[in-house]
Design a protein around this ligand. Structure first.
Ligand SMILES: *Cc1c(COP(=O)(O)O)cnc(C)c1O
Length: 390
């Protein structure tokens, strides 16, 4: 065997994003590894496998390529890719929770994460407790009072972009497993395992895929014992990412660094412009010095990301704004190259109405894309103008 020159070991982030797991096809020399659609693999005699592949739920080369790439980017030894972010979270929760256990979650985690834990795992005997993850004394008290098996953190959070100190929380968790949902930051801006997290989850549907054309998720860790459990759930329950989805995600990840640089650049300019505009009451963006999490974000992240939210004086103005943008498309989700505008109260956060996670109807969330910043600024300004009439 020749030395594997494409593992990306020891190389910089952008080099690994492009090369980790991406060896040219040994048969044809194709620089881009092919999408292997086969569900089954021939055996040269019973149990004599050519490349270690047998049946595609157990393992598939295209999914392996993505998993190698994902592990490399988070600085981890194991990654498992799934059919969606929630499928990844489900496999992780089933791997680590048992009846009688408690999960301690941030009070602003992704609504679907809270729904999964409370509505699916609740009836199986798991208790979900939420707490304010930026208040370290409160986190310590909640851990002491509830003795959780799992502590679940999301930073920056959604939609207020609250920033939690991963290293500080990791000091408090004791024997509990610290899970960080790294979807908003991506490993380009933040690598939670380096700050003491035990496991990272992603909705790769967002920035990693990056083009709003594929749904997927991942669980990533350095813990061999945990990896064995998650790998077994992936195999035994089967919520795997399909080959085409895995390939599209791999393709998206190759441009993650350049996309994230532009997302950060555009979001910072927009956040500053909106912050200076009297028609907007408050802007929530970690890149603004006035943001409560700015200092932690500066040390924990290498950029402030592409997501921001803002508060309008009235709900009517907020809704008028989201219905007035022309470059920003009104849609759920985030992290694609195109700019999206979302009205959490009636869209993404509708399912958490009436809970601690409820978002006021005055809040608008932007997923700032990588279009020309002048067009984005002009669009937001004309939408503010129209919203002002309500
Ligand atoms: C979208 C999202 C999820 C869920 O991922 P799906 O791919 O939609 O299943 C989980 N966490 C965060 C932060 C998300 O934005």
């Amino acid at each position: 065997m020749t030395k594997n020159t494409h593992s990306g070991d020891g190389a910089g982030f952008a080099t690994r994003a492009i090369h980790a797991g991406q060896e040219p096809d040994p048969l044809t020399g194709a620089v881009v590894p092919p999408v292997v659609m086969a569900s089954t693999f021939t055996q040269d005699g019973v149990g004599n496998l050519r490349g270690g592949y047998e049946y595609a739920r157990a393992a598939n080369p295209t999914r392996d390529a993505l998993q190698t790439q994902l592990a490399s980017l988070e600085g981890a030894t194991h990654a498992f890719s799934f059919a969606s972010g929630l499928a990844a979270e489900d496999a992780l929760m089933r791997s680590v929770l048992a009846p009688g256990d408690t999960v301690l979650m941030g009070n602003d985690v992704y609504g679907g994460t809270h729904r999964l834990a409370s509505k699916i795992f609740g009836p199986w005997g798991v208790t979900v407790v939420t707490t304010e993850m930026t208040d370290l004394e409160g986190v310590a008290a909640a851990i002491a009072a509830n003795q959780p098996t799992v502590v679940w953190l999301e930073t920056p959070s959604n939609p207020f972009m609250k920033v939690s100190d991963i290293a500080a929380v990791s000091e408090l968790v004791g024997d509990a497993l610290l899970v960080v949902d790294n979807t908003f930051a991506t490993p380009y801006l933040q690598r939670p395992l380096e700050h003491g997290a035990h496991v990272v989850v992603h909705s790769t549907t967002k920035y990693l895929g990056g083009h709003s054309d594929v749904v997927g998720g991942a669980v990533i860790t350095n813990n061999d014992e945990l990896a064995e459990k998650v790998g077994f759930h992936q195999f035994a329950a089967g919520a795997i990412s399909a080959p085409m989805e895995a390939w599209l995600t791999t393709r998206g990840i190759k441009t993650l660094p350049v996309r994230m640089d532009r997302h950060c650049h555009n979001a910072q300019i927009l956040a500053e412009a909106l912050d200076a505009d009297p028609r907007v009451e408050q802007v929530f963006y970690p890149g603004l010095p006035s943001h409560a999490g700015h200092d932690i974000a500066r040390t924990q992240m290498s950029g402030f990301g592409g997501m921001l939210s803002m508060r309008f004086p009235t709900g009517a103005q907020a809704q008028a704004f989201v219905e007035s943008t022309e470059v920003f498309t009104l849609a759920e989700s985030l992290g694609g190259v195109e700019s999206l505008v979302n009205y959490p109260a009636k869209m993404t956060h509708m399912s958490v109405k009436g809970t601690e996670l409820e978002v006021p109807d005055t809040i608008v969330r932007l997923s700032v894309g990588i279009e020309d910043i002048d067009d984005l600024l002009a669009d937001v300004m004309q939408a503010l103008e129209r919203a002002g009439k309500y």
